[in-house]
Design a protein around this ligand. Sequence first.
Ligand SMILES: C[S@@+](CC[C@H](N)C(=O)[O-])C[C@H]1O[C@@H](n2cnc3c(N)ncnc32)[C@H](O)[C@@H]1O
Length: 219
Amino acid sequence: MAGTVDGWLTEAQARALYDAARRVAPATVVELGSHLGRSTIVLAAAGASVTAIDPFPDDWRYGRPDTEERFRSHLARAGVADRVDLHVAISREVRDGWSAPVRLVYVDAKHDMWSCLDDMRWSRFLTAGDAFFVHDAFSSLGVTLAVLRDTLTTGRHTYIGRTGSLARFVVGRPTAAQRARVLREVPWFVRNLVVKVLLRLRLRPVARVLGHHDTADPY
Ligand SMILES: C[S@@+](CC[C@H](N)C(=O)[O-])C[C@H]1O[C@@H](n2cnc3c(N)ncnc32)[C@H](O)[C@@H]1O
């Protein structure tokens, strides 16, 4: 069902999120950035209680006056509306008033470095060893800078691996080797940037040489 909703989550990424949510269900999962509900449906279908946060802004990128209405109708169609608590707000506003335990966080909201770093602070509601995911971790400049800065400077999160550019972290101090693991993804990020430029220049055959066979950007 989630596959029929427009969005940027790939099938493999949906599977990774679903499996992680399944492991903690029916506990609370917080999703930052819901758009039309593609990932929300995946998390709720796994049986988790999903807190979905999105201000549904009227901006150039995601804004349409009916986005919230479409989000709600997609959830109803998927039969998961009763497992989703929607906050039409920016993530920081909700976090400032939050006190309940959370078992999984999915970060896919604003993609500039400072907003993404701020969103990663939701991990303080998780317990050591709990997972959180960041979408576009190695395909969007702002998110990639946030992930690098967080791993190299705060020492609160350990990078485990990725599905495409969906990065998985756990709460806990990384060793030096674990910090280095994130640096080893930088060539993959550069490759994704090059692919994005090639697609905009309509040079798909060249992008294929780099292993990108889709018409959409690498996520
Ligand atoms: C990439 S989309 C999310 C896609 C969604 N997770 C999916 O699977 O289709 C990013 C979303 O973040 C939302 N957003 C922007 N700023 C936000 C903020 N400060 N807090 C929460 N969501 C935000 C946007 O409105 C947009 O819907």
